[in-house]
Design a protein around this ligand. Structure first.
Ligand SMILES: NC(=O)CC(=O)C(=O)O
Length: 276
């Protein structure tokens, strides 16, 4: 199997019409596939504006109308799709959920955002996902022919331990659909991505909605792919668009040989332990 992977990060313009959002996402998957992408990733809340006032209203079961459309798009275009996230309703609760689809339309994985975004930055942003969302409790990986992939959603990227666990599980690519904002985005978005990539010597991709300055929550944009050396391979500004990146998974091994952190870890002094 080739070590090469063409990845498309879809920085989608998301508005108030769920129908429009979903049909744009489907169009972008088609466009990315026609440009040779093998794996297409959508942003956090691709079918719904990002905001606690919207999650319950837009929530749907999984599978449901939005994820079914993504499934069909994966199948029609013969690509893997990381379906960003949708507000998912189940058992009276709402989750922020990512589905992953294979090229035959098979559901490969489902990730519920584990770390809910509750912050209060003086003079900046106050946000409390936990007012309306419930957290997931699982790690989520899936296998491509080229490598294992680990999934986190947005705030999950701030927790280095989760990425370390994925790396220990054998993931060589971590994908984080996310919607950082105008307070945290400029300082933290790329830095966190580079940190996760460098510490774990893996590729890391982030996928944001496009910026809508009329929205109550203004997304940072800047969907990006960083390689295991912490170089930015491909990125963009804040408008709608598709970021294409060509990965060479053999490069992961090369970086690990040059800087052999794996064999140099002091397991006698510290350890990241998976409890669940
Ligand atoms: N929206 C998020 O989940 C996270 C975020 O914006 C941040 O960590 O900053």
């Amino acid at each position: 199997m080739s070590s090469k992977l063409r990845l498309a990060l879809v920085q989608l313009a998301v508005g108030k019409s769920k129908l429009d959002n979903v049909s744009r996402a489907v169009q972008k998957i088609k466009e990315a596939a026609s440009e040779g992408a093998q794996l297409v990733a959508l942003p956090e809340c691709f079918n719904c504006p990002y905001g606690t006032q919207y999650f319950a209203e837009y929530a749907e079961p999984v599978p449901g109308e939005s994820t079914e459309a993504i499934k069909e798009a994966a199948k029609e275009n013969g690509v893997y799709v990381v379906g960003g996230s949708v507000p998912e309703s189940e058992g009276g609760k709402v989750y922020n959920t990512c589905t992953v689809w294979g090229p035959k339309g098979d559901l490969l994985a489902k990730h519920r955002k584990v770390h809910l975004f509750d912050i209060n930055v003086e003079g900046g942003i106050c946000f409390r996902e936990s007012d309306v969302l419930s957290p997931g409790n699982s790690y989520t990986t899936f296998d491509l022919p080229q490598c294992k992939v680990g999934i986190g959603i947005c705030y999950d990227i701030r927790f280095a331990e989760m990425a370390q666990v994925y790396s220990k599980m054998g993931c060589k690519l971590l994908l984080y659909p996310g919607a950082f904002n105008m307070t945290t985005g400029p300082v933290h978005w790329e830095l966190l991505q580079k940190g996760r990539a460098l510490d774990n010597q893996v590729y890391v991709g982030t996928i944001s909605p496009a910026r809508d300055t009329s929205a109550t929550y203004i997304a940072w944009g800047h969907s990006t792919l960083v390689n295991p050396w912490a170089d930015v391979v491909a990125t963009t500004e804040h408008e709608e668009g598709i970021v294409y990146a060509d990965l060479d998974l053999d490069y992961v091994q090369k970086v690990r040989q040059m800087v052999p952190l794996g064999s140099q870890r002091r397991g006698d002094m510290y350890e990241v332990v998976t409890k669940k």
